[in-house]
Write a protein of this length. Structure first.
Length: 517
């Protein structure tokens, strides 16, 4: 029976077929592309690129801690005393760990565009367990009250109805807000072509990397002669065991190659493009699928690709799940105080040098304590490590006038202080940019570096005098102090000046002492 006849008999053409009929879950269900391959999620996963893309998303999001927080007046704390904390962080149901469950959730979302889990109430809570349901067996419809109703086909053929408050749903991109768009459905054309290319390659190598052959015999052969000739050629041309054998031809028999040779069909290029195409569909950099053509990625670009992947690929998935949890699993009266976040710290840490620089900056600004840094590095706190420190010469802008009043006999004009601070900030930015550029230009010559500092600070002292009306002596003292710090410590001495030096210049500008002409 031909394929069209079988499809006809199975009712593929019938528009009136019940959506819960076994047909939709049969091997012939799926999406057919122009390559003639019926693509299903299971078939797509046989492509190494699809498998890699799916597991990259699933393993990455599944390995991130999903934490329930309680909002405070300022900040947040982990809601460990809430029943939902353990369900989301460690074990959503009796047989799955959190890693296993969230991997599956993301896998459903990636391939089918949607995930369903039944919310099972218990003696302790509203969501005692989350029981996953096969998306292929679920249908949705909107009720008159604008809530959703779900019909689930059980393995025994029966159906079970669920209402919106009984189902946890992670929905992908949708055109109507209810039915998610499936990657497999919309990528069926592309994935079908890739499956066809892989199938062709497998068959080509299975027959000993030999192309299909046509046999031309000059005479008329009977049925037995045709069979003998076909068997003789087939035994030579089929199978790896017969590769590179010798075929003896008699009676002026000639062989002709049928079809296009794999080299002419650019089979290797087609298969390489298949990986790139999957990366495009999956919104992943190609190197994450273990494919990188020579010259397309360097170490620096790969590092940027990783950051871009976290921001534009993984984070949207995490936000989608966080908001689904907030909608379906947190009771309405608790939504103002409870929320869920995935911890991306482990993914965004970077290398040791980058982390060290980040911690140093946060420590210097008083944002992190020693224990904060140890916690981020997954280490135990130390005694007295909760204190925070800031440089002694730093002050907030709203205390500039107070600091200046300590040096003046009269009150400070608030407006004048703000104007002076704006000018001082511009001067310090110019100073930092100039010394940073000089450090790069003269990195190999300490003498040239020192000469550049002398030349710059002579002019910079004059700028301070002119723009802030500071006395020449004080301007030269400021310039000499900064120049000496740069000579002794290098350009690292300037790393905090944009935060600290403007306030110092404002104090000099608004000092009551008369400036020399």
């Amino acid at each position: 029976m031909g394929l069209l006849s079988r499809l006809h008999n199975r009712g593929l053409h019938a528009r009136s077929r019940d959506p819960l009929d076994d047909f939709w879950y049969s091997p012939l269900a799926g999406y057919i592309g122009h390559a003639g391959v019926r693509v299903t999620p299971e078939l797509a996963m046989t492509l190494s690129a699809i498998w890699a893309a799916t597991t990259i998303y699933a393993k990455t999001i599944g390995s991130l801690p999903c934490i329930l927080y309680r909002a405070l007046d300022r900040g947040k704390e982990r809601a460990r005393d809430h029943h939902l904390y353990d369900r989301l962080r460690w074990q959503p149901n009796q047989w799955q760990t959190a890693m296993e469950f969230w991997e599956m959730v993301v896998g459903h979302w990636f391939l089918r565009g949607i995930h369903f889990s039944q919310i099972v109430e218990g003696s302790r809570s509203f969501a005692e367990q989350l029981i996953p349901r096969n998306p292929d067996r679920m249908t949705q419809k909107m009720r008159p009250d604008n809530t959703l109703q779900f019909e689930y086909r059980l393995p025994n053929g029966d159906t079970k109805t669920f209402f919106q408050d009984e189902m946890f749903v992670v929905r992908g991109f949708s055109s109507d807000g209810v039915h998610a768009l499936s990657l497999i459905q919309y990528g069926a054309q592309a994935f079908g072509a890739h499956v066809a290319a892989e199938t062709f390659a497998a068959k080509f190598f299975a027959q000993g990397a030999a192309p299909a052959l046509a046999v031309v015999h000059p005479g008329q052969l009977g049925e037995a002669g045709l069979k003998n000739l076909r068997d003789s050629v087939t035994s030579y041309a089929s199978g790896l065991a017969n590769a590179h054998g010798v075929l003896a031809l008699e009676e002026d028999v000639k062989l002709t190659v049928l079809g296009i040779k794999p080299a002419d069909a650019q089979l290797v290029a087609v298969r390489e493009f298949g990986v790139e195409d999957v990366a495009r569909w999956a919104d992943l950099p190609v190197h994450r699928l273990r494919a990188n053509r020579q010259g397309t990625s360097s170490y620096a670009s790969v590092e940027m690709f990783e950051i871009e992947m976290i921001v534009h690929s993984f984070r949207p998935v995490a936000v989608r799940i966080e908001q689904a949890i907030h909608r379906d699993l947190i009771l309405e009266h608790e939504r103002e105080s409870l929320f869920v976040e995935y911890l991306f710290d482990a993914l965004a840490r970077g290398d040791m040098t980058a982390r060290g620089e980040f911690y140093s900056k946060m420590w210097d600004r008083g944002a992190f304590s020693v224990n904060d840094i140890l916690e981020l590095e997954n280490r135990n706190p130390v005694e007295g490590g909760d204190r925070r420190f800031v440089p002694a010469n730093m002050m907030p802008l709203d205390r500039v006038d107070e600091a200046i009043n300590n040096r003046r006999t009269g009150p400070v004009d608030r407006r004048a202080a703000l104007i002076a601070h704006e000018v001082a900030q511009a001067l310090v930015r110019k100073e930092v940019a100039a010394v940073t550029g000089a450090a790069k230009r003269h990195a190999a010559s300490p003498d040239a570096w020192n000469a550049a500092l002398v030349e710059f600070y002579e002019d910079f002292a004059h700028d301070i005098c002119v723009r802030l009306k500071v006395s020449p002596g004080e301007a030269r003292e400021y310039a000499a102090r900064h120049g000496l710090a740069l000579r002794e410590q290098g350009v690292v001495a300037a790393k905090h000046w944009e935060a600290t030096a403007p306030a110092e210049l404002v104090c000099l500008a608004l000092d009551a002492r008369p400036s020399a002409a």
